[in-house]
Design a protein around this ligand. Structure first.
Ligand code: PEP
Ligand code: MG
Length: 552
């Protein structure tokens, strides 16, 4: 008998397949078993490391770009002769294979961490090798993304960024997690890869490995052991969706021609081809901190200049909005760290870091200005986590001082939305970061899955702040975009357009759905949907009211 689990649909689309759980790291039992044959034990330990190396080499061959390089380097470390001889030494001293491998890798890890810089960045790879070798030696399931040799639906409590570096949309049909909200890493990653996803699904871990599930990332349902009829219905819906998306092309506009610029959110040059392929009219958010998340030292200006130039050149003169480093809270950067804070999300993050490390912003602005010159393009630049018109003015001055003529800020703090008129006086454009604006409006940590209902982008209070910002944009005649996850919800996109938002920026795979939704309605319908959603009492009522208008 089929049963339906409910969660939050955060990445549109549907898929049916066998469930596979994310493997958890193995644990060594407290007591070491006695070793009868130390030579055989040494051979077992080294063979396990070689097997891990082979596994990683295969994964590297199947991956591309930076992920392939990281996996290939990790494979080499697993098969390092010096590591093997240290493992043999420990085994000869009577340690069981799993303990010998674990201890040798732990001592290597300590050495790399102490060396600092690039070597320290590789310490996490050694932990991964140790987990895999120990799992093999103890006969426990492999940690991380499973590799059953066929496509599957990934089921997990939650996904960490490290779990997802090599997630392949060709084998991961859909994602279902117990935790995570609409702005969690899982949601953002799933949308980036175009994988249907349901998060905040409390019963996710009750699904046994191998059970067939039909996941609908649009309405947030997971049908466990679907009937043939349900599978057929899901396939029909998927085909209808594909046909509708294929029919919508060109720049974003309503059926009566009102333009809403459709832009892409990216993390670096590697994402540019996907943005172009999805028909993005430009980049609305380049999250520059994503380029440097694993770095221990500040990247030099020359290196930054080269990466920004690559993005600008790749976009061939289309609009590109570069966000200055948004370090801190959910995006810690080792080289821009500050004293431990009791509440990092309310502390020194984003633009506020400039008070501690002013050179960081100057290096970045200069590198971007040079990249714009190198490529003969106009880069737009904006700062994250701006709270007051004075901060907006100071940032715009700094950017213009470096020769960047188009300077803006993100509206992520309610204070900035409340003073949007004065903020607009200081800058050329704003972009609303609804992920953080939700977190700060509702005093709800964006990473706390349990608070997902408060972080729902349909919350009428959030819509009020967006409406105020859009109205200030209209008054000043300056662009007011949205680049948080809210922009990628096709129904909410209509509401945002109706509020007067001029551009929507999202993960490239979300563009087609939003483009098709806009093309189906008139501006007047968008405005009516916006009015209905704004005056609703709950997110559910706002959705229902907007849907009723859009489908009228
Ligand atoms: C946001 O806060 O909505 C945003 C786009 O920035 P980030 O998700 O990178 O904090
Ligand atoms: Mg933000």
């Amino acid at each position: 008998m089929s049963k339906t689990l409910h969660g939050l649909g955060v990445s549109a689309g549907s898929a049916t397949g066998p469930a596979r759980r994310l493997g958890t790291p193995p644990t060594l039992p407290g007591a070491e078993p006695p070793v009868a044959d130390t030579g055989a034990e040494a051979d077992r330990a080294v063979a396990a490391l070689e097997q891990v190396g082979e596994f990683l080499r295969d994964r590297a061959a199947a991956a591309s770009g930076q992920a392939a390089d990281i996996l290939a380097a990790e494979a080499m470390m697993a098969c390092d002769p010096a590591l093997a001889s240290q493992v043999r030494g420990l085994a000869a001293a009577g340690r069981p294979a799993a303990w010998a491998a674990s201890e040798a890798l732990a001592s290597y890890r300590a050495m790399l961490t102490a060396a600092g810089g690039y070597l320290a960045e590789r310490a996490a790879d050694l932990a991964d090798i140790a987990d895999r070798a120990v799992a093999l030696l103890l006969g426990q399931p492999m940690p991380g993304i499973p590799a059953p040799g066929h496509p599957f639906v990934l089921v997990a409590a939650d996904l960490a960024p490290a779990d997802t570096a090599t997630l392949d949309p060709a084998t991961v049909l859909a994602i279902v997690t117990e935790r995570g909200g609409p702005t969690s890493h899982t949601a953002i990653l799933a949308k980036t890869l175009g994988i249907p996803a349901v998060v905040s699904c409390p019963a996710a871990l009750t699904v046994a490995d191998g059970t067939v599930v039909a996941v609908d990332g649009t309405d947030g349902t997971v049908v466990v052991e679907p009937t043939a009829g349900q599978v057929e219905q899901a396939a029909r819906r998927a085909a209808e969706r594909a046909a509708r998306l294929a029919a919508a092309r060109g720049p974003g506009r309503t059926s009566d021609g009102h333009p809403v610029t459709l832009l892409a959110n990216i993390g670096g040059p590697a994402d540019v081809p996907a943005a172009i392929a999805a028909g993005a009219e430009g980049i609305g958010l380049l999250r520059t901190e994503f380029l440097f998340l694993d770095r221990h030292d500040e990247p030099a200006g020359a290196e930054q200049r080269a990466v920004y130039a690559e993005v600008l050149a790749g976009m061939g003169g289309r609009k590109v909005v570069v966000r200055t480093l948004d370090a801190g809270a959910d995006k810690p950067l080792a080289f821009a760290s500050q004293q431990a804070e009791p509440n990092p999300a309310l502390g020194i993050r984003g633009l506020r870091l400039d008070g501690l490390h002013p050179a960081l912003l100057d290096t970045q602005l200069e590198a971007l200005a040079l990249a714009a010159k190198d490529t003969g393009t106009d880069a737009w630049v904006m700062a994250p986590m701006v709270s007051t018109p004075a901060e907006a003015a100071a940032f715009a001055d700094r950017a213009r001082g470096h020769g960047l003529p188009v300077a803006g800020v993100m509206i992520e703090v309610p204070a900035a939305a409340l003073c949007a008129g004065q903020v607009f006086e200081q800058v050329d454009f704003v972009s609303i970061g609804t992920n953080d604006l939700s977190q700060y409006t509702f005093a709800a940590d964006r990473q706390a899955g349990a608070l997902a209902p408060l972080l729902d982008p349909w919350q009428p209070a959030l819509l009020q702040l967006i409406a105020m910002t859009a109205a200030a944009g209209r008054t000043t005649g300056k662009p007011a975009g949205v680049c948080g996850e809210a922009a990628s919800d096709p129904l909410l996109a209509l509401v945002l357009a109706g509020l007067g938002i001029t551009s929507l920026s999202m993960a490239p795979p979300a563009l087609a759905e939003v483009r098709a939704a806009l093309a189906d309605v008139t501006l007047a319908q968008c405005q009516a949907a916006a009015k209905a959603a704004l005056t609703a009492a709950t997110p559910a009522a706002a959705r229902a009211a907007a849907r009723a208008v859009a489908e009228a």
